[in-house]
Design a binder for this molecule. Structure first.
Ligand code: GRF
Length: 208
């Protein structure tokens, strides 16, 4: 399966590719994506923040003047309606605390991406930073992956590791992980929008 080749498409249409961000929590990753798109470093039109509950991300969106879509119940039907209306080139999950139904994943694959705060396949699911910290691993990190029908199981696009210093507490590790997420996610999103890639089985490679 091949990537979107947006660079070619964009040069024809002169329109920026569009993204939406899905979040349920604090929204710090959403904020970086929004700021980078506003500054033009991320050449994308961030059309909307989509949330399933009132959360910090909504407050951040309001300050930045980004449209917010609050999903109503049943949330998955509403999500499908919103996505079908907005037709984003890329759907970016950033702390969205619900599992996207298989039907939507299959419809949009490979255009939904997620960021996870561990080196998958280690520590999937909730509280991954704490899981890794409590396990006593010496190295952890972040993973950005395509979303498939499983939980944190899709083909891996990007990973970066952090060595855990013996003096760090959980809070320190959390802030190091978030720092890494903030510096990485928007760049990977940009690459997905503008570079060609291939997905062969679980392997994601850049280039034609
Ligand atoms: C991040 O750690 C991300 O990896 C995980 O959820 C957290 C969201 O943080 N999926 P924030 O809401 O972007 O601050």
């Amino acid at each position: 399966m091949h990537g979107l080749f947006r660079s070619e498409l964009s040069s024809v249409s002169k329109e920026l590719p569009t993204i939406v961000v899905l979040a349920s929590g604090n929204g710090s990753n959403f904020q970086v994506l929004a700021e980078k798109s506003i500054s033009g470093e991320l050449r994308a039109n961030l059309k909307a923040l989509i949330v399933d509950r009132p959360c910090g991300a909504v407050e951040r969106a309001k300050k930045l003047g980004i449209e917010v879509e609050m999903l109503s119940k049943p949330w998955h039907e509403d999500l499908e309606r919103v996505l079908d209306t907005l037709k984003p080139d890329l759907i970016v999950l950033a702390g969205f605390m619900k599992i996207i139904p298989e039907r939507i994943v299959n419809k949009y694959f490979p255009r939904i991406v997620n960021i996870h705060p561990s080196l998958l396949p280690a520590f999937p699911g909730k509280d991954a930073i704490k899981q890794a910290f409590d396990y006593g691993v010496k190295v952890t990190g972040i993973t950005i992956h395509f979303v498939d029908a499983g939980v944190d199981t899709g083909p891996i696009i990007f990973q970066k590791a952090i060595e855990i210093d013996e003096g760090w507490d959980l809070e320190t590790l959390e802030s190091k992980i978030h720092e890494l997420e903030h510096e990485s996610y928007w760049k990977v999103v940009s690459n997905l929008l503008y570079k060609a890639y291939k997905i062969e089985g679980r392997k994601v490679t850049w280039g034609v």
